[in-house]
Design a protein around this ligand. Structure first.
Ligand SMILES: CC(C)(COP(=O)(O)OP(=O)(O)OC[C@H]1O[C@@H](n2cnc3c(N)ncnc32)[C@H](O)[C@@H]1OP(=O)(O)O)[C@@H](O)C(=O)NCCC(=O)NCCS
Length: 166
């Protein structure tokens, strides 16, 4: 299975090689978690904001995730994302976040497209958007699911956040 809309977006957005790009500070990509500072990742999610996630839980969640991306600039973590995937049928993308001062510079989309690329071969790639951010995912080819359902431990909170309906 190819994810054509995502690849088309990536092709269109590929920046031309010019002086502005050459003088930008380099972004380093990491795909393994051996050097991850978990409190630094928790801080990224806190300030993004994507909620309070404690470092121990993050280590467990990322350890159980098939694909993961961490973006660094000048030694500091500026973005992250992960994917739970079974290797053949379904890949679930979650926890994409970018430091506020780097938001709007294309990094979030780069992480999303990389996780889609890493998920190549799965019959479906799923995610749920934070309310109001659906258009970000639509740009990469994601479509609204008619029958998606979920059980949240704190369903009241999920209702208040606009993630599920009663
Ligand atoms: C949402 C988030 C990951 C987007 O990353 P980003 O680096 O700021 O976004 P990008 O610069 O890569 O944007 C890529 C494209 O998506 C669009 N976009 C970005 N955020 C958007 C949003 N909230 N709603 C609609 N479109 C959005 C951009 O305008 C851009 O469009 P263009 O290619 O036509 O210019 C980032 O803003 C973030 O970390 N937010 C807080 C945490 C969060 O909400 N994570 C997502 C949980 S579902």
């Amino acid at each position: 299975m190819t994810h054509n809309k995502s690849f088309e977006y990536a092709r269109k957005k590929r920046a031309p090689l010019n002086s502005v790009v050459m003088f930008k500070k380099e972004i380093i990509w990491k795909y393994t978690q051996s050097e991850i500072n978990w409190p630094e990742l928790a801080n990224l999610y806190r300030v993004a904001p994507l909620g309070e996630k404690n470092p121990k839980d993050l280590k467990l969640a990322f350890s159980n995730s098939r694909y993961k991306c961490f973006l660094y600039q000048s030694g500091s973590l500026v973005g992250a994302g992960r994917t739970l995937a079974d290797g053949v049928d379904c890949s679930y993308i979650c926890d994409i976040a970018i430091l506020p001062e780097h938001q709007g510079t294309g990094l979030g989309m780069k992480i999303l497209l990389k996780l889609v690329e890493l998920s190549e071969g799965h019959k479906k790639i799923i995610l749920y958007s934070a309310p109001g951010k659906e258009d970000f995912y639509k740009k990469a080819g994601f479509k609204i699911m008619n029958t998606a359902m979920a059980i949240f431990t704190d369903s009241q909170n999920a209702i208040e956040l606009g993630i599920i309906k009663t």
